[in-house]
Every structure is written in C-alpha cells, then in structure tokens.
Design a protein. Structure first.
Length: 163
C-alpha cells in the first residue's frame, strides 16, 4: 500500500508534520509520498492514482477558516470538476488554533466535507491539532498517524478479502 500525503500549508507546519510521518511510519507502509498541494487538481484522485493507495490530507487553516493558499486550486477543482470518488480512501489531519473557535481546523474539515460529498471513504475520524496547547504537531501527528495507518491497513485487507 502507498500513503499519499497531500499538504496544504502557509507556514510549512503541515509540511513538517508530513515529513515526521514519512520518517516515523516507514515500517507500516512501503511507500510514503508527500505532495504539496501547489498546482494539484482533482486528477490527483483519479482511479489510476488511487490504485493501492490511501490519502492523507494534512492541512492548516488560514484566514477566516479557509484552506491555505497553496490548497485553493485543488479544493476549487473538486467543485468545478466534480467526479465520483468512491474509489478513494483517505484520512484528514487538520491543524488549527482553538482560540479561533468559530473556524477551528476548518481547512481540514472543508476538505473532508468536499471529499465525502464526492463519495470518497474516510477512514477514522478527522484529527485536529490545537496550536494553542503548545504541543508539537509533528510528534502528535506521527503518533496519530501510526494508529490511523493501522486502521487503513485493516480496511484495505477487508476490502481485498471482499473482492
């Protein structure tokens, strides 16, 4: 199985989280690919791209609950080029700051909602990191991802057995 981490970030924090996951989780999956969302569109979720892969959306929240600038084109293309994504399995890591309670982690939550609307299958719950706690998102994110990858591997095995 391949893990494709799609990173939406303004200050590189989400990219650091993705890199920590890549270093920490190589014993769980054979191939971990990190892609900044810059210049990506809905084709990243094509049937060919998604074959034997699970996606992890790792994104911060910017402004008034928006996706980061580098993620806007991908997010918009999911609406402007709608396609059924039932073949896509994914998870979400949302980075935010609870002092902005009304928009806490909305970057990740917006991606989750859009992907579900298109039929993609989320594995596990959305993980939200609160920057106001002072904890390191890289450490906590890698720990969460290990548990999430275990769920993803089990879901993949069940899906293969059913086929």
């Amino acid at each position: 199985m391949k893990l494709k981490i799609l990173v939406g970030t303004m200050t590189s924090t989400a990219d650091y989280v993705a890199q920590a996951i890549q270093m920490d989780c190589t014993d769980l999956v054979d191939d971990i690919e990190i892609a900044l969302m810059d210049n990506l569109d809905a084709s990243v979720f094509s049937q060919a791209e998604a074959q034997d892969a699970v996606y992890l959306i790792c994104t911060s929240t910017y402004g008034s609950g928006d996706v980061p600038d580098n993620a806007r084109a991908l997010y918009a293309s999911l609406e402007s080029q709608p396609q059924f994504l039932g073949h896509v399995r994914y998870g979400v890591m949302a980075l935010g700051d609870r002092t902005y309670l009304q928009t806490f982690c909305f970057g990740g939550k917006k991606f989750d909602e859009r992907l579900q609307d298109l039929g993609a299958q989320r594995i596990g719950d959305v993980w939200c990191h609160d920057a106001s706690t002072g904890t390191m998102p890289e450490t906590e994110g890698a720990e969460w991802c290990r548990q999430w990858l275990t769920q993803a591997l089990e879901a993949t095995a069940q899906r293969a057995d059913a086929a």
